[in-house]
Ligand binder design. Sequence first.
Ligand SMILES: CC(C)(COP(=O)(O)OP(=O)(O)OC[C@H]1O[C@@H](n2cnc3c(N)ncnc32)[C@H](O)[C@@H]1OP(=O)(O)O)[C@@H](O)C(=O)NCCC(=O)NCCS
Length: 167
Amino acid sequence: MESPPIFRSLRADETDLLREALLRTVRWRELEPTVTLEDLLRFEPKLGRYVDGFGRAGDLALVAEWRGSVMGIGWYRLYAEGVGGLGFVDERTPELGLAVWPEHRGKGIGTSLLDGLIENATKDGYPALSLCVSDVNLVAQKLYRSRGFSEVVHESAKIVMIRRLGD
Ligand SMILES: CC(C)(COP(=O)(O)OP(=O)(O)OC[C@H]1O[C@@H](n2cnc3c(N)ncnc32)[C@H](O)[C@@H]1OP(=O)(O)O)[C@@H](O)C(=O)NCCC(=O)NCCS
């Protein structure tokens, strides 16, 4: 890669990209390429919480881009009790999502996006970041552990991890 990727904020007109990132986190094994987010939402409407109305206070999304093509997205948002994501911890802790498009994996993009989320959340004074990851998604777990996340819940094949900030 001659020129480095750029990292920028998601624009207001790019919510479809965020929905694509959500689809890639849920379909992380890339086993069902024809399944759409709409298919998934029919079975699990709560997934919409991760992206619906994105842009409210506490929302942040970073896009990794190279020569005008998106390589991946990392985002977080705050949730109220009872309407949180699968990795909800409390109303002061944003939950993050992270997806790198398959052709760009293994090049450090996921690590850079995660670092960007941690940096922004620290700057904004949040006490921690949380996430939910499948217990068989070892690549993602390794990445999160390398950036200081540790497991707080492990049930029904899902792991909730948190990363304390500002220590
Ligand atoms: C998890 C994910 C975001 C990692 O993004 P990435 O850009 O490939 O990550 P990086 O290149 O920064 O690599 C992070 C670490 O994972 C390792 N890694 C990346 N791809 C790997 C692979 N296929 N097999 C084994 N290790 C791998 C890297 O070697 C690196 O470890 P290191 O720092 O010890 O070298 C990406 O694989 C992805 O989008 N997966 C599908 C969606 C997903 O699982 N999201 C998380 C859901 S919670």
